[in-house]
Design a protein around this ligand. Sequence first.
Ligand code: ADP
Ligand code: MG
Length: 484
Amino acid sequence: MKESIQTNNGQIDKGQWPELWEATCRLLEQTVVSSQLTAWINPLEFMEVESSDNVLKIKMNAPNDFTAQWVRDHYQRHINAALTQVIGTPCEFQIQVNSQSGEAVVNIFEELQEEEVDERRTVVEPQPQSPAPVTVFVGGGRSAQDCPDTRYVFDNFVVGASNQFAHATAVAVAEQPARQYNPLFLYSPPGLGKTHLLHAIGNRVIAHNPNARVAYLSAEKFVNELIDALQHRRMSQFRAKYRDSFDMILIDDIQFIAGKNTSEEEFFHTFNALHSSKRQIVVSSDRPPKEIEGLEERVRTRFEWGLIADISPPEIETRIAILKSKAERDDIYLPDDVATFLASYIKSNVRELEGVLIRLQAQASLTGAEISLEMAKQELKTIVIPGEGGTSYTIESIQNAVTKHFHIKIQDLKSAARTRSVSLPRQIAMYLIRKYSGLGFREIGNSFGGKDHTTILHACNKIELGIEGDKEIREAVEAIQNLL
Ligand code: ADP
Ligand code: MG
């Protein structure tokens, strides 16, 4: 490749790619489960970049066909969007196979298929870096996917008034599982540390007792595994796994099972099995049990047996402390005035705070300058949308209001799904961001997982017309504006 390449934000030198890729992976952490990131995305190697028609084509090497295909099918869009955000220029990610390591692939693939039939074994996610798959023989115990993520621990969780109670209960549960608070039910809006606390509980338990069998999983995974078990007639294994083989189960985003009858039923029995044998259950949700629509009464009652703790958006001091702690951990130079500035604008979501810090760091390494107040102001320009009366909206706060109103997930807004139940909310979000920010179509497209400018244009026109002539659209837009 050439030694350097021109982007909208200036020159990028070849030597800067490792750093840019690292920043991209850190942004991806917000949308891709970390075990998947480690298994599939981290091992990719940067090959070359070329610029055509204002788009940077970034070529990366995968160690084998299997990985290349998997990444293409599952993560292409995420990676495009993250690269585009980090580099500030539309990016298209292309994956090719490193021919030198092509051979080991076949083995991984074949062995994997064998594993699937042999149910006595639990397969650890294939690590594309290593030539042979790692197989552990455990009596239905923990697989890599069920493990807590070791990056999330109590030590790097900043405690303030907004999360003090949830934190204290989480520590109590980790120190003395199934004693005082069983189940522990944590809830909050997105990005406030529920997942972090769940992993931290698991990690603390394992630190005290390395043999403890702790499972961390999302409710979505529970549902998917259940469907798979039903399909392949493996219900007895599924039940044995969740009812008998763990000492503690941490289930994230439990609201996902609401209204899915078979899943709720199965969860109910899993819960009873664990609870009656004095094993700890911790669940998180985006709202309290009584507000989870469609949740069966008997499941709701179970949640209310234990302790329910909420987390609210952190106060400014906590937000500053979180930023400083992240900067210190990642060795980022972050001046006090910048921390205060960022914390005073980004109020409702810690994930968003982290995102800005990562982007600033990428900017700093791109331009070779240190992070400064000027740079931070420039960065926030694209995401902070001044509202009426001195309030400020961010792209994320608008997206959150829309997802809340329509009861959909933020991933749906950024997805390519075209069913009306997500396309209408997506179009309304695009319209509102355009209305309040005057941002360009391209920038708006980027914040929806890399959508084309014509998509944004179409959305804005459609909603504008809808407000005039369609009661449903008009009422939805009004209700969302009230949520902001
Ligand atoms: P949730 O599950 O509530 O959506 P997460 O636990 O995923 O939120 O948190 C989003 C990000 O913010 C994570 O990277 C997490 O480490 C970080 N975070 C949230 N709260 C805190 C906190 N109090 N201290 C440090 N980091 C935090
Ligand atoms: Mg979470």
